[in-house]
Design a protein around this ligand. Structure first.
Ligand code: NIG
Ligand code: FE
Length: 425
């Protein structure tokens, strides 16, 4: 059965890609995104089943589809249509919170000081292990719902608060289950190397992941019990060093996972150079990236996932994003939503990226849509408004699309509808 939905009357449609078919945008292309505007006539978008099949003025679309049955009509008069946001980096499955550490951080304690005292990820791991499956699933779905309401239609979800294999496996299975509870798109990343558990060294953990966990994971993927896309490691001084990280990522690549990891965040570790060398699809954070790392990533077209929430919260210097864009590194955005940086709104991530990282509004939107989709390897279907792509859209009540970034924190008021695969959710 064919189901058609027409959205009509829009003031602007932000398509994001300009030539259609781009898988990601780099350099000046990030700024020159496609935007259809009209003050005199309305703009329409026709959806057939889950896909966008036509974009044009109301008159053009009415003429093209004259006599064709349309099941649902959505009046978007006075509104702007944007692609749904793709959040390229989150840690959404955990129990407890770390509000007690927030005051400590505001008083000057660093992330690593708190982690060394047994707080930080270690604290969340303890709380997560104590929680029941039901509690973890309920809180996970509630967080994903909050993201969906804030316009995120696809999200990367990492494990990482289990650390030991049985606990990590539980988180993987719960992430898998969440797919049937909420219509948001989920890309699962295995992040067993998020920290080093108390009873092991980083080298022992690396050996365990490379020799045992990866094999177990492959079996579950082959059996179609799990659909995991990427492998991650916290490549950081005092956590996993660059060589251990390389081993973990390469082991993941051997079973078909893409390398997509935390690097050069609090200290320079050569993560960017290493990631580019092994063909990582994306590297997150990069606050301490070197010039060599920037050039290596630009050459390899490894995507830099910028997480401005985290730098803002930890009061650390943000990555040299202008330099990275000018050098040709494709830049994506994520929220990093986790108990340290407890926020999951992509519109806030874009606002911080503009104010703190000196990105233009257009660059921020490209980074939050087509490029973040590319960071997850899904930009052939998601991340822009193009004929043939999935109809993941947001309809915003505002005179021009920039308001979604400009009206800082007011996204829930601005977003009138979130559309996933052609259906209002
Ligand atoms: O991306 N750096 C490692 N992981 C997260 C923080 C997770 C946590 O503190 O719980 C990050 O910032
Ligand atoms: Fe993270």
């Amino acid at each position: 059965m064919t189901l058609r939905t027409l959205i009509y009357g829009a003031r602007q449609i932000v398509t994001v890609t300009h030539n259609n078919g781009e898988k990601m945008l780099c350099g000046k292309d990030m700024h020159n995104i496609g935007i259809m505007k009209s003050d005199t006539v309305g703009l329409s978008l026709m959806i057939e089943n889950e896909n966008i099949i036509a974009i044009g003025t109301d008159d053009d679309i009415a003429r093209t589809f004259e006599g064709v049955e349309v099941n649902e009509k959505i009046d978007a008069s006075g509104c702007c249509i944007l692609p749904g946001f793709v959040d390229a980096h989150t840690h959404p499955i955990w129990a407890g919170d770390r509000v007690h550490e927030y005051a400590k951080k505001l008083a000057g304690a660093t992330y690593m000081e708190i982690m060394r005292e047994g707080g930080g990820i270690g604290f969340t791991v303890e709380q997560t292990r104590l929680a029941t499956d039901k509690d973890l699933l309920v809180s996970l779905v509630a967080r994903l719902k909050r993201m969906l309401c804030a316009g995120t239609t696809y999200v990367e979800c990492k494990t990482g608060y289990g650390l030991e294999w049985p606990d990590e496996l539980r988180l993987l299975k719960l992430l898998e289950q969440a797919r049937s509870h909420i219509p948001i798109g989920i890309s699962i990343t295995y992040c067993g190397a998020h920290a080093v558990p108390k009873n092991k060294t980083a080298e022992e953990m690396t050996d365990d992941i490379v020799n045992n966990q990866i094999k177990a994971l492959k079996k579950l993927m082959d059996n179609k019990e799990l659909n995991v896309s990427d492998i991650d490691v916290f490549c950081e001084k005092g956590v996993y060093d660059t060589e251990q990280s390389r081993r973990i990522l390469l082991a993941g690549k051997q079973i078909g996972l893409e390398a997509n990891f935390h690097g050069d965040e609090l200290n320079y570790t050569g993560s960017a150079e290493m990631g580019a060398e092994i063909g990582a699809r994306a590297i997150s954070h990069l606050e301490c990236i070197s010039d060599e790392g920037i050039h290596a990533m630009a050459k390899a077209k490894t995507i830099g996932v910028i997480l401005p929430h985290t730098g803002y919260l930890l009061r650390i210097e943000l990555p040299p994003v202008r330099k990275m864009i000018d050098a040709g590194v494709p830049i994506a955005l994520g929220t990093d939503a986790n108990p340290n940086a407890f926020s999951s709104a992509m519109s806030i991530s874009m606002n911080l990226a503009c104010v703190l990282c000196h990105m233009t509004l257009e660059e921020a939107l490209a980074a939050a849509t087509i490029n973040s989709a590319a960071a997850l390897g899904i930009s052939d279907k998601y991340g822009s408004i193009e004929v043939g792509k999935k109809a993941d859209l947001i309809i915003c009540r505002c005179p021009s699309w920039e308001h979604i970034i400009y009206q800082f924190g007011d996204h829930t008021h601005l977003i009138r509808n979130v559309i996933k695969h052609g259906t209002i959710v």
